[in-house]
Design a protein around this ligand. Sequence first.
Ligand code: UDP
Length: 240
Amino acid sequence: MRKIIKKELLLEGKTKKIYATENPHEVIIHYKDSITALDGLKKDFLQDKGILNNEITTFIFKFLNSYGLKTHFIRRINNREQLCHKVDIIPLEFVVRNILSGSISKRLGVKEGTIPLNTIFEIFYKNDNLKDPLINDHHAVLLGLISYEELNITYRITSNINNILKKFFLDKNIILVDFKIEFGKDSKNQIFLSDEISPDTCRLWDKKTREKFDKDIFRSGFSEKVLDAYIEILKRLNVG
Ligand code: UDP
C-alpha cells in the first residue's frame, strides 16, 4: 500500500480537520474529540470520541460501499484518520426520520417517539449565519446549491441508505430513529456520500428499552455518559 503524505490543513470544522495529500484528488479526514450541539453553542471535549467516531463511520461507510453505494471513503489510515476522495460538499443536510424526535417535534408540535406512516425527508441549508434553516427543494435550487436532477439522485440515495441502515441496525437491536447525511461532488461532478455517519449524526435507540445511544445524551447535559454509549454502538456493530 502506498505511503500517504499528509500536507497542509485545508479546513477545520467543529469535529473534523481536513488535510491535503500528495494526491490532489484525495484528502485525509482527521476526527477530533470535540462534541457540539445547539448550533455550536454547547461544546465539550470528550477524550477519544474522535477515535470511536472514526471507527464507527469506517464500519458504516465500508458496509454501504459493499452495497455499491458511492461514498467518499477510501480507507482508514489510523485510529483518527481516513483517506477519502476529495469532494466539494453540497451545503445541505439531508435528514431522514423513521421516528419523530428532536427539531421536528418542536417545530410541528408532534409527540417525541411518534412513528409516522410516511418516512420523513427534510433538507437543511448549512449556513451558520442563518442557523441552518429547514428549506425545501425549490429554495435549494433557487440558492444554486443543487439542481433538481441532483436532488432526485440525492433523495434516491438517501432513501436507499435509510432502508439499508434501518435493517442493519435492527439486526443489532438498535432502532435508527433519524439521521443526517451530506453529499459532495468530485472534480467530475460525481455525487458521493460524504462526511460521517456516527452517533453524532444519528439517533439510535435500544430496540427493547428505547435507551438512547447517541448525541442526545450530550444535548441533555450528560457529557460523562456519551462515550459509554458510543462504545456500546461500536460493540454492537462488531457483533454478528
Ligand atoms: N443532525 C446532525 N447535524 C446537525 C443537525 C442534526 O447530525 O447539524 C442530526 C441529529 O443528530 C439527528 C438528525 O440529524 O440525528 C435530526 O436532527 P434534528 O433536526 O432533530 O435536530 P436536533 O434536534 O438534533 O438539533
